[in-house]
Design a protein around this ligand. Structure first.
Ligand SMILES: [Fe+2]
Length: 169
């Protein structure tokens, strides 16, 4: 992923954070989501900000490839092809997630800013702003780069153990 792509993506992330800040004082993003009520702009922006925080943790310059050890490797051996298929199946903007649900690890997809049913371990952004600079409209090339070079499996294992990054608390 190029520096310019990361920079462009951070600019989108900043817009969501700024929209939350403009809407009022909150204890954090979870608080903003809970208190958004009928304020759809706040609800969407807070969700998008939350998703992006988790997403940056979901990527690592030394990541990618299938998980080779830990619970992910043991319980979901086909997770890389499952993620790739889910990334290509989302129609329009959305997210693909690795979640923990009822003690099982699985892949979920959501539309727009929506969060998944399960407890999110990792998420990947499928909005065009996430890949347009590097790949134009070719989401399959973006998916291949994510899956072969960037997925942060160690972070997912830490999430299984209960780790929550400070900005998501
Ligand atoms: Fe994004």
């Amino acid at each position: 992923m190029s520096d310019l792509q990361v920079h462009a993506h951070l600019a989108h992330h900043a817009q969501y954070v700024n929209a939350v800040r403009a809407a009022g004082e909150f204890e954090g993003l979870e608080d903003a989501i809970r208190r958004s009520g009928k304020n759809a702009v706040l609800a969407r922006s807070a969700n998008q900000a939350w998703n992006h925080h988790l997403m940056w943790h979901s990527l690592s310059p030394s990541g990618g490839g299938p998980p080779t050890m830990g619970r992910l490797a043991q319980s979901v051996p086909n997770i890389v092809p499952e993620l790739r298929r889910a990334m290509l199946d989302v129609w329009g903007s959305g997210w693909v997630w690795v979640v923990l649900r009822k003690h099982r690890i699985s892949v979920e997809a959501t539309q727009n800013e929506q969060r998944p049913q399960g407890y999110p371990l990792l998420c990947f952004d499928l909005w065009e702003h996430a890949y347009y600079v590097d790949h134009f409209g070719d989401r399959s090339r973006y998916a291949d780069v994510l899956l072969s070079q960037l997925v942060n499996w160690e972070f997912a294992e830490a999430r299984i153990d209960g780790y929550t990054p400070p900005e998501l608390q």
